[in-house]
Design a protein around this ligand. Structure first.
Ligand SMILES: [Zn+2]
Ligand SMILES: [Zn+2]
Length: 268
């Protein structure tokens, strides 16, 4: 859940949303948590403000903390903008999940997923596999997270750089590490779930700890690890302690900070 508080103002208390811009100008957005609202505010200053924006929104799954920014994402209200929304559609069709979230009993804003209002939104249910979106190569892998809900994680490559995005994963055995290792293999930047405390013994909680994220990153040869998707009650001070406790030689470990920009220059 979002956790706005003076104690979380440093790293930020909104739920997951990461914008990626490729060298070719492809705009990708990973997850649509409450951070999406603030991303929308900044996008409105560019092409999206005049209905000329185009972006690809990749959802890992449809748990609230990954979709609740959608009703508050102003670029969706602007006719002419074009979005493609990707996500898992097993169990519940993705289109239905999106429409239901915007049902007027939950939400007063127009239902962007009905064709008459706002931006054009194309919904694409995806499966495990590889996609090409603009100049980005995208790997989609299923990860162990929560029974009854398919959860994906992603790897994006463009301009010779790679990042992996694994916000929700539980490692209940070696098999659960395989897709994560594949996605994170030698990436420049890994965003990884750090929800649990290191001593968490709660099997089935659906998440992982900073220690597990670091172990995965070291094995996969990651260069930089951004810990995120923290427990909502974790304070800035506690995140500082988690980061300090997990420093490693040969791997940059940090807490992902709301609004932070990572520049990954094109490989020469
Ligand atoms: Zn989840
Ligand atoms: Zn989550």
């Amino acid at each position: 859940m979002p956790s706005p508080s003076p104690d979380t103002a440093g790293y930020g208390g909104d739920t997951c949303c990461v914008e990626v811009r490729t060298p070719g100008g492809t705009a990708l957005i990973l997850d649509a948590g409450m951070g999406l609202h603030w991303l929308g505010r900044s996008l409105m200053e560019g092409a999206f403000g005049s209905g000329q924006g185009q972006a690809h929104l990749l959802l890992t799954h449809t748990h609230w903390s990954h979709i609740q920014g959608i009703p508050f994402f102003v670029p969706l209200l602007i006719a002419g903008n074009q979005f493609t929304l990707y996500g898992p559609g097993e169990g519940e069709p993705l289109q239905d999940a999106m429409r239901q979230q915007l049902h007027p009993i939950y939400c007063p804003v127009p239902n962007f997923f009905n064709d008459q209002v706002g931006a054009t939104v194309r919904i694409e249910e995806v499966e495990e596999g590889d996609l090409t979106i603009g100049d980005a190569q995208v790997k989609v892998r299923r990860v162990n997270h929560s029974p009854g809900s398919t959860c994906f994680a992603y790897r994006l490559e463009a301009g010779g750089r790679a990042l992996a995005y694994i916000p929700d994963i539980e490692y209940s055995g070696e098999a659960d590490r395989r897709p994560a290792l594949e996605l994170a293999h030698r990436v420049d930047l890994l965003f990884h779930d750090a929800h649990c405390g290191d001593g968490c013994q709660h099997a089935g909680c659906g998440h992982s700890s900073a220690a597990q994220a670091v172990a995965l990153a070291l094995e996969a040869g990651v260069r930089r690890l951004a810990l995120f998707h923290h427990h909502p009650e974790r304070t800035d001070q506690e995140i500082d302690s988690v980061v300090a406790a997990h420093q490693q030689r040969g791997l940059v470990v940090e807490g992902a900070r709301q609004g932070q920009v990572y520049k990954m220059s094109r490989k020469k």
